[in-house]
Design a protein around this ligand. Sequence first.
Ligand SMILES: Nc1ncnc2c1ncn2[C@@H]1O[C@H](COP(=O)(O)OP(=O)(O)OP(=O)(O)O)[C@@H](O)[C@H]1O
Ligand SMILES: [Mg+2]
Length: 380
Amino acid sequence: MTQPMRDRIVSFKFWKQGGVIAHASDPTIIGRRFDPTDDLSRAWSGEISGSFEDLDHAESAAEAALGIPLLEVYSPIRELWSGDIIAVAEFYEKAEQLEVDMARARRTSWLVVGSAFAASTIVLFSIVAIGDNTIRRQGRLLERRLKESEQMAEQNARLRSRVVEASERYATQTDRFLKKLGSELHDGPAQYLSLAALRLEAAFSDRHEKPAEAEEIQQSLQKSLAEIRALSRGLSAPDIDNLALIDVVKRAIEDHSEHSPLRPGVSLQGSQTIELSVSDKLCVFRFLQETLSNAARYAPNSRCTVICEAHNDRVVIHVNDEGPGFDPSDGKVLRDDGGQGLLGLRDRVESIGGRFEVWSSPGKGTSVTMTLFPRKMSTS
Ligand SMILES: Nc1ncnc2c1ncn2[C@@H]1O[C@H](COP(=O)(O)OP(=O)(O)OP(=O)(O)O)[C@@H](O)[C@H]1O
Ligand SMILES: [Mg+2]
């Protein structure tokens, strides 16, 4: 053993098979037997093995007592010619430098692990922070959009309400105009025609027999008078401004009965004291005027019923008959001529925010329903 080697090796043992010490730097243990350690067994199977500061076996008691860091190395000794393992040499080498190196390696690896951990923490934190910022930004964007949608919905509701108000005013004005036209027809041309008929009658009163031409003129005058009166009646709506819903319904039915044999049954449900605007009442009146006129014309021999339901927030009026019915989906039946027929009625009802429905089918009668949602009292 060289000098520096001798300085580093503090103890050695040569093992025979069976855990017996053949030779050792400590002569007191020569010939003793110890239970083979794992390292010793590995050396017997041909491996060089070693361990650092693992001196808790009985055979290492003396070395452990030295209290210095030791590297324990087992090395198989082979027979030169056969290569068989004939013994195992065990050395205990001072390992202060190794310990220092290991401590440095440990420090370095902790440093590497720590730096890697810190770097990944920073990266993760940045990712989370960026994600968080994105989420906040999108949240703010969504909030803004939501607010804009709410504002838009409010504006739509305001505009819709203004359109309905304008339609109500327009419908009321149109009715006033029609009423005026009806009165003018009644007070003007009808009076002149009536006067002409009277004069004609008077002109031939002294004659025994009226000439045939005079008779024809008289009949034409009477016919024109009847038509103008009917026209005037149809155009004018009664003064319903101060009537309650129930009275408007009754009035429409009475007006209709004056010139029609149809006698509809009436059912009034709910609180009829609900307050309606003038345009709502006019709409009720015109609805009954048209649907009753249709029932009288197209279902003259069948039962007809008017049902008026007044709820807190809406008024529903049904006019049902058990007549021949028709197919409402047939484009040729409902004529869109801007008149007062069912389509004109639909426009009128919907323009003031109401609902209008027609159920009918050939042979199964007809049911026309109008729903109004009175919003406020209007005197316009
Ligand atoms: N109660 C009903 N029973 C059977 N058919 C009906 C009834 N009401 C309407 N109809 C059918 O629907 C068609 C359209 O009716 P609408 O009231 O729109 O127009 P109109 O009565 O023909 O003409 P206007 O009402 O302008 O005098 C009618 O021509 C008729 O064929
Ligand atoms: Mg009609």
